[in-house]
Design a protein around this ligand. Structure first.
Ligand code: ATP
Ligand code: MG
Length: 568
């Protein structure tokens, strides 16, 4: 079930089965005196994407709702792929979304404890050192329809296992030569229970523990035990881990440690969007985008740079809902919530993306009027500002047609239109370049229509934005479109790759836009609505004398239409 009700404004109001479950456990005090404890466990091998925002909202939102706490835990058990840069960006992004963790934890801090517990399992006859190669282990594992085979090393003595494991840890053996496996059941219908690997040998430098370890725990062994160490009561993860749940429980039961429990929910999938760190890393490494925070990326840092707000992302995630089956959510729904949020908070401004000079022949040369304009009609507290008006202004090229098609109500020779908050003007003549392109339009204005209303009740069919030419500031404008051309980017013809679905027109750069002068004071993170054009924000590439604005979204909301179609 997808909840598309725009009124459900955050994760705490939308109903979901995880909340019901935690509410029940809190009511019955299932974990005794222990408070509800959750964790958000990213692996620091990339930047967070909007899929992670769903997990974050659930982990933090639900704990908070029941008076519990949430740890941020780095699941850093793969030294080769993990970096401090990712650790830093993840913390920044969680905070940006609006959450603060109780404790900052690292699975790597638990390496000594995990090692002790591994020794304990060996001593209990529940784990053994296996000398089979990775390929052999795969062959011996069997398939969904065939049981696995016992490794010839499965029945080593406890003493031999202890000796070998300690020597693995001491660095006596090369990478890949041995592993430690849990001794469970090679005939289990669940492949995860067929003696899963607990430790592998890897002589790699870890971003935190350096060269202290040359054996590293596997996800399945590290995760549940880390949960248990932190007294996590509800360990929420995505559905692909459902099959791992028996193993999660097995380790905890064998060790007799805090009984953390795992619950699964559906991954967030969004149309035209790739949510996989590995694939996003590929886009960055192959320079298909300008970096992890490229505004076309579905990373939280990309959304932030593009001008999306944490409020809208949280609202969207809540509305997309939680369930026990994977589905896909329309990207238009995310955009709808973002427009809704920006409409309320964005300061209005006038900006002309494709300028065309308009000269008002009967307006006094050298005269400048300051027009008082509301900063946000949706928010009376946003105040007003003054915008200069003068004889030569810029309008959008699209707002003039020398030979207007039927139903074209904007400016054309002999037609009268309103310049927003200013005057009525009537086009009179054009100036063309050698190629026949209109480069300047001449018009006359009605001085009595000041403020945008005619004294005799005359109506015009169009209101246009404008920028005074003498006062305009120039800017580079970056327009973004979907990064992928296919609703499901991982759907590609045989022999191809998801890269074939990249949209070659996802970025368009305009270099000659003309902006009202107040935008020279725009600050990073401040949202603007360029009237009639869209939502924009300043880009960090801005430098002295070179303003760069990103289009967050156009104004057109296609979600209402999609929703109507779905309902019909
Ligand atoms: P990716 O496949 O993109 O690398 P991951 O699951 O490997 O994602 P982790 O860093 O391990 O990334 O994820 C941390 C948490 O975020 C996990 O609990 C994971 O289940 C959750 N998560 C990751 N992707 C999504 C998603 N698309 N929707 C909801 N939760 C997600
Ligand atoms: Mg992962």
């Amino acid at each position: 079930m997808t909840n598309t009700n725009p009124e459900s404004s955050d994760v705490l109001t939308a109903s979901n089965f995880l909340r019901d479950l935690i509410a029940e456990d809190a009511r019955t005090k299932k974990f005794g005196a222990a408070a509800i404890q959750t964790r958000f466990p990213p692996e620091p091998n990339g930047y967070l994407h909007i899929g992670h925002a769903k997990a974050i909202c659930l982990d933090f939102g639900l704990a908070d709702e029941f008076g519990g706490k949430t740890n941020l835990r780095f699941d850093d058990t793969n030294p080769e792929k993990e970096e401090q840069e990712y650790v830093d960006s993840i913390q920044q992004d969680v905070r940006w979304l609006g959450f603060e963790w109780e404790r900052l934890c690292y699975a790597s801090d638990y390496f000594p404890q995990l090692y002790e517990w591994a020794l304990q399992l060996i001593k209990a006859g529940k784990a053994y050192v296996d000398d089979l190669t990775a390929d052999q282990i795969r062959q011996y594992r069997g398939t969904l329809t065939e049981p696995g085979k016992d490794s010839p090393y499965r029945n080593r003595s406890i003493e031999e296992n202890l000796d070998l494991f300690q020597r693995m840890r001491a660095g006596e053996f090369p990478d890949g030569s041995r592993v430690l496996r849990a001794k469970i059941d090679m005939a289990s219908p669940n492949l995860n229970m067929r003696d899963p690997v607990m430790y592998r040998i890897l002589h790699a430098t870890h971003h935190r523990t350096g060269d202290a370890w040359c054996i590293y725990p596997m996800y399945d062994y590290a995760h549940g035990q880390s949960d248990s160490i932190e007294n996590v009561t509800h360990s929420m993860c995505t559905l692909e881990f459902a099959d791992h749940q028996p193993l999660y429980r097995w380790f905890i039961e064998q060790l007799g440690i805090f009984p953390s429990q795992q619950f699964e929910f559906d991954r967030l999938n969004i149309t035209y969007t790739m949510l996989s760190k590995r694939k996003l890393l590929q886009l960055v490494q192959e320079k298909r985008v300008r970096g992890w925070d490229d505004p076309r990326m579905p990373t939280l840092s990309g959304f932030r740079r593009r001008g999306f707000t944490p409020q809208a992302i949280r609202t969207f995630v809540a509305a997309a809902g939680v369930s026990r089956t994977n589905g896909s959510t329309d990207v238009e729904m995310l955009e709808h919530f973002q427009r809704d949020d920006l409409n309320r908070r964005a300061r209005r401004a006038m900006a002309v993306l494709h300028p065309l000079k308009l000269v008002i022949d009967n307006y006094p040369e050298g005269q400048v009027e300051l027009v008082e304009v509301a900063n946000n009609p949706e928010d009376p507290t946003a105040g007003t500002r003054q915008v200069p008006f003068s004889r030569q202004i810029y309008i959008e090229q699209d707002d003039f047609r020398e030979a207007p098609p039927p139903k074209y109500y904007r400016l054309s020779p002999g037609k009268e239109v309103r310049l927003r908050n200013a005057y009525f003007v009537t086009a009179q003549s054009v100036v063309k370049d050698a190629a026949g392109n209109v480069v300047e339009v001449h018009c006359t204005y009605d001085p009595l229509s000041r403020g945008g209303n005619s004294p005799d009740g005359r109506k015009v069919k169009s209101t246009m934005h404008w920028v005074s030419a003498a006062h305009a500031i120039s800017a580079e404008i970056r327009l973004y479109d979907k990064l992928f051309t296919r609703a499901d980017p991982s759907d590609y013809p045989e022999g191809g790759s998801f890269l074939d679905n990249l949209n070659p027109h996802s970025l368009e750069i305009l270099s000659g836009a003309k902006l009202e002068p107040s935008l020279a004071q725009a600050k990073l993170g401040e949202p603007f609505q360029f009237e009639r054009v869209g939502y924009f924000c300043l880009d960090p590439d801005t430098s002295e004398g070179h303003l760069v604005f990103n289009r967050t979204l156009s104004l057109k909301d296609s979600w209402a239409r999609i929703e109507k179609k779905a309902g019909a």
